[in-house]
Design a protein around this ligand. Structure first.
Ligand SMILES: Nc1ncnc2c1ncn2[C@@H]1O[C@H](COP(=O)(O)OP(=O)(O)OP(=O)(O)O)[C@@H](O)[C@H]1O
Length: 695
């Protein structure tokens, strides 16, 4: 559809209103906001969409100020010596036409009953209501089936005060200045039937007459394929390269002479037998640990699949090989739980454990740091406190990171640190399953193990959707579950009253439930409580002294209380899919039947409804993650910070799975035959991410 005028002259987005007297930021700053700095950035600043000036729009959809082309039949005409006015109508509406000077030929063209095509700007009609065009270009209507070759004008993403015209000129200059010669081996390009890079870019910035608009918009044109492939290829090259750098590093071999007395005693002492999946994953981890190249392994397992025991085994392996092991968790609650849980297994085996919290006071913290530095503490658990200043390990052999996606790359690297020229092994745990395509591109640098089996005897959690209007009924039902000796969670999205959002906050829910269930012992936990209080509340729930725990999402990951069988989530529609799955995973951890009740407020938005539907129908974390990725896109799913890898701009992991496979193969081959040029290709794409290739 022809563009409204401001699209061309004032930038594609709706111009943001500035306050009176407010100055526009300098141009370079405004450009930087939309990621434009180097010539190469401009070259890759591709049109958001295209305007087709030859398209014909229905008269009924015309708006004042819009320049467009319409087609219709002349239904009225009036000729005076000074003007020619006519009315043109199509099935959707009518439009006035006014010519103030005219030729006899135009009178013939606009004769009543003839069909014409008009191109011009629509304006409010003079005198009468409706719209008119003054001096439009008048041409004969198209014959049946006749189509015009389209000429497409690009419309770029633009920011405040950046005009389309300026962008077009700037991009045209960049296209001349930047070296667009192909780096990709010619044989590969021909094999994949891809256009040259220069051709592809020119095609996208200035589509030739007759270019296929839908292939451009849907990003299926060969030119698009070329750019997506180049991007994926660059990513694969960068990942392989960083992997190669890593394998050049040396790690301590963690393979005890005596075959591992500590690990075997741990396995023997467990109150359960390891599942087949746990055994397999432990074998994979142990093999990595025995190698002199640093392990970089991600263990994925659905909620409750038993990842902790893998971490404990790996820690024992480091310790029995004479090294220290550290575990970093994203929250105090989780770190504390791991500390207690794993210490309970390790201390009877004579392992010396230590706990480092961000809340520790001076003397206590110094003492812990000293035990870590002297090597007296063999197994250390903590939060970010572990990588903050003043903590140096004596001989760290293994760094374990729980919920790895909650930490940035720098944090992961910081814990790994290294001592004595040796790089510790890195084991990451994640309960957020990462779909295959995503893992293959962003996480190609990790080895991945999957615990794809739940411990025996688990019963699936029944998930119910209940309108918030039935809250009272639900409280009573939870009360009767509690009277049978079970425990329950009641999760709310907020802590305090908030006037803007009509959501029942945790504090109100706490008071209300307490008064409605006087026989039950009810606790409240949220992020704003002092640490000591949080610990006490959690401990009391774990010990079964508290029956019902009202909470915010502080309990989201990792909390393990097998006697809890009910999870109520208020305003479930406000939570993300991964979060809902994690929360639901807090129940169904024992052998009793468990319930998850999703209380929703009405009206439900389309996406809210969709999320609740997915979570009710599936209990498979991988399936849910795939849906989540679909609903949110990889950027949000991973978060730029979390992946540590440059986000893909053009390729889509959901749609371009086949290209990822091709790019993987091609990257390996290219790095083998001509590593220099392959790396130049990767740098060209990710130049803006300094240090990425060195990471
Ligand atoms: N093989 C097993 N047989 C029986 N119970 C097991 C087994 N492995 C682990 N468990 C128990 O299952 C529960 C869940 O284990 P764990 O806390 O390690 O899960 P997780 O994978 O970390 O889950 P989440 O990500 O949800 O926290 C714990 O109570 C643990 O003791």
């Amino acid at each position: 559809m022809p563009a409204p005028k401001e699209d061309y002259y004032r930038g594609a987005g709706r111009p943001k209103l500035r306050q009176k007297g407010e100055k526009l930021a300098p141009l370079s700053e405004r450009l930087a906001r939309i990621g434009l700095a180097s010539d190469w950035d401009f070259v890759l600043h591709l049109p958001l969409r295209y305007e087709d000036e030859t398209a014909i729009v229905p008269i009924g959809s015309l708006k004042a100020g819009v320049t467009a082309q319409v087609e219709g039949e002349v239904t009225l005409e009036r000729v005076t010596p000074r003007s020619l006015t006519a009315e043109v109508a199509d099935a959707t509406g009518r439009l006035q036409v006014r010519l103030l000077h005219f030729y006899p030929s135009q009178v013939r063209q606009l004769e009543r009953g003839s069909r014409v095509r008009l191109y011009g700007e629509a304006r409010p009609a003079w005198g009468a209501g409706g719209l008119e065009m003054v001096h439009p270009k008048v041409r004969r209507a198209l014959a049946e089936g006749e189509r015009l070759p389209s000429t497409l004008t690009p419309v770029y993403p633009a920011g405040e005060g950046i005009t389309q015209l300026w962008l077009r000129k700037r991009i045209a200059r960049a296209l001349l200045d930047v070296d667009l010669s192909d780096l990709m081996p010619e044989a590969l390009r021909v094999k994949l039937g891809l256009p040259r890079l220069r051709e592809a870019l020119l095609y996208l910035h200035r589509p030739p007459p007759g270019a296929d608009l839908s292939a451009l918009q849907e990003r299926t044109a060969p030119a698009w394929k070329r750019l997506k492939f180049d991007e994926l290829l660059a990513q694969q090259i960068a990942l392989r390269h960083s992997r190669a750098l890593r394998s050049a590093a040396r790690a301590p071999r963690l393979a005890p002479q005596d075959g591992g007395r500590l690990t075997s005693r741990l396995i023997e002492g467990l109150p359960f037998a390891l599942t087949g999946a746990q055994l397999r994953v432990w074998k994979e981890v142990a093999a990595d640990l025995a190698s002199a190249s640093p392990m970089n392994r991600l263990v994925q397992g659905d909620v409750g699949s038993g990842k902790t025991v893998i971490a404990a085994l790996a820690a024992c392996r480091a310790i029995e090989s004479g090294r220290q092991a550290a575990l970093m968790a994203p929250t105090e609650i989780l770190a504390e739980q791991h500390y207690r849980g794993i210490s309970r297994w390790l201390e009877p085996l004579g392992v010396r454990t230590a706990w480092l919290s961000g809340h520790m006071k001076g003397a206590e913290k110094r003492e812990m740091s000293a035990r870590i530095a002297s090597g007296e503490a063999q197994f250390v658990v903590g939060t970010h406190a572990l990588i903050q200043d003043g903590v140096a390990f004596h001989s760290l052999g293994l760094a374990i990171i729980d919920e790895q996606h909650r930490f940035g790359v720098e944090q992961r690297l910081a814990l790994r640190g290294g001592s004595g020229g040796l790089t510790p092994h890195l084991l990451m745990l994640s309960a957020t399953p990462i779909p295959r395509t995503l893992a293959m591109s962003y996480l190609a640098d990790f080895d991945v193990s999957v615990i794809d089996e739940l411990p025996p005897g688990r019963k699936p959690v029944s998930t119910r959707l209940v309108s918030i209007a039935r809250r009272d009924e639900l409280i009573a039902a939870v009360g009767s579950e509690i009277s049978r000796g079970r425990q329950a969670y009641w999760v709310c999205p907020l802590i305090d009253e908030n006037e803007q959002l009509d959501l029942t906050p945790a504090k109100t829910a706490f008071e209300e439930i307490r008064s409605k269930l006087p026989a039950a012992s009810v606790g409240l936990i949220h992020g704003a409580l002092p640490q000591a209080e949080k610990d006490a509340v959690m401990e009391s729930f774990k010990e079964g002294k508290t029956d019902l725990l009202v909470a915010t999402t502080v309990i989201e990951v990792g909390v393990d209380v097998p006697n809890a069988t009910v999870m109520v989530i208020e305003h479930a529609e406000r939570f993300g899919l991964a979060q809902l799955h994690q929360l639901r995973g807090r129940v169904g951890r024992g052998s009793e039947k468990s319930w998850c009740v999703l209380l929703y407020g009405e009206p439900l938005s389309e996406t809210g409804r969709e999320r609740l539907r997915v979570i009710r129908q599936s209990s498979d974390g991988f399936e849910i993650a795939r849906k989540d990725l679909e609903l949110r896109g990889p950027g949000e799913f991973l978060g730029a910070r979390q992946s540590g890898m440059p986000m893909l701009r053009f390729a889509s992991l959901e749609e371009d799975g086949d290209l990822i496979d091709l790019a993987r193969e091609a990257a390996a081959e290219w790095l083998r035959t001509d590593p220099q040029t392959a790396l130049r290709h990767a740098k060209r794409w990710f130049a803006q991410r300094e240090g990425f290739l060195e990471a």
